[in-house]
Ligand binder design. Sequence first.
Ligand code: C2E
Ligand code: CA
Ligand code: CA
Ligand code: CA
Length: 270
Amino acid sequence: AKEAGRGTWRRFKTSMQTQVESRFELEGELRKGLESQQLRLYLQPKTNRDGLVYGTESLVRWEHPEKGLIPPDRFIPLAEDTGMIIPLGEWVLKETLLLMKEHPHLTFAVNISPRQFRNCNFVEQVQQLLNETGADPKRLTLEVTEGLLITDFNQSSKRMLELQKLGISFSIDDFGTGYSSLSYLKKLPINELKIDRSFVDGLPDDSSDALLVETMMAVAKHLELLVVAEGVETQEQQAYLYSVGCNLHQGYFYGKPEPAEQLLARLKKT
Ligand code: C2E
Ligand code: CA
Ligand code: CA
Ligand code: CA
């Protein structure tokens, strides 16, 4: 039994070692990928009640020369841990801002990770990129998560107010998945809630998802916040969301994320 136990441990250690090694390898490759322009900006449309695309969300992909297109879940956490999220996030923001001038009728949303938001140069960086690109901050939304806002509330609210003064809006991403306290919603300059996909998945049949979504709608209405439903995949979900007053949708039902130029070219034609 002892022998078997040790064998198990050895196998475990080996698999852990490979994980550490491949992580280390991936880190070097990501650094290189960032420098040699392997990142790709994808956009997913946001649609209103009239079925019109009023805006987009930027979602980054990594086009690895051998491994192909790598989704953000596989490298954003790593970038966050290593600090590479700072140059990576700056790249996403700048690429997005560069598109804004040509598409004056669209709003643009960018995901901001906690480490990027907490970086002491963040406000300055945003301001500089706005100046450099001449993009209109009134059409820019930053998507942040609840955790980020609550961990260092005073610092976050100060920073958000500074960015709000520039004309930028804030959206709470993955709303409902994080913290139980809602009090921060009325203390911070928030414009929008994004209902996480996990609550939309079970609609309309799952009664607890339906109840949660209706509750979020009531909270948002009371605080006069916009609500975007994420991960809308079916017409039934669309109809249910409309019936509870949620009119702004994002999801495969309307369009998957696709290369920025591709989506924008199509939107320009129509
Ligand atoms: P998120 O911000 O919650 O983005 C929504 C995710 O749901 C995206 O995954 C999107 O492709 C996916 N999605 C949208 N509609 C549907 C649908 O109808 N069905 C299904 N099954 N999925 C849908 P993606 O692009 O893989 O991004 C994953 C996460 O990576 C994002 O979650 C975001 O947290 C992070 N991320 C992506 N780009 C960036 C970035 O530039 N910066 C930072 N900090 N994070 C990013
Ligand atoms: Ca998001
Ligand atoms: Ca989400
Ligand atoms: Ca997210």
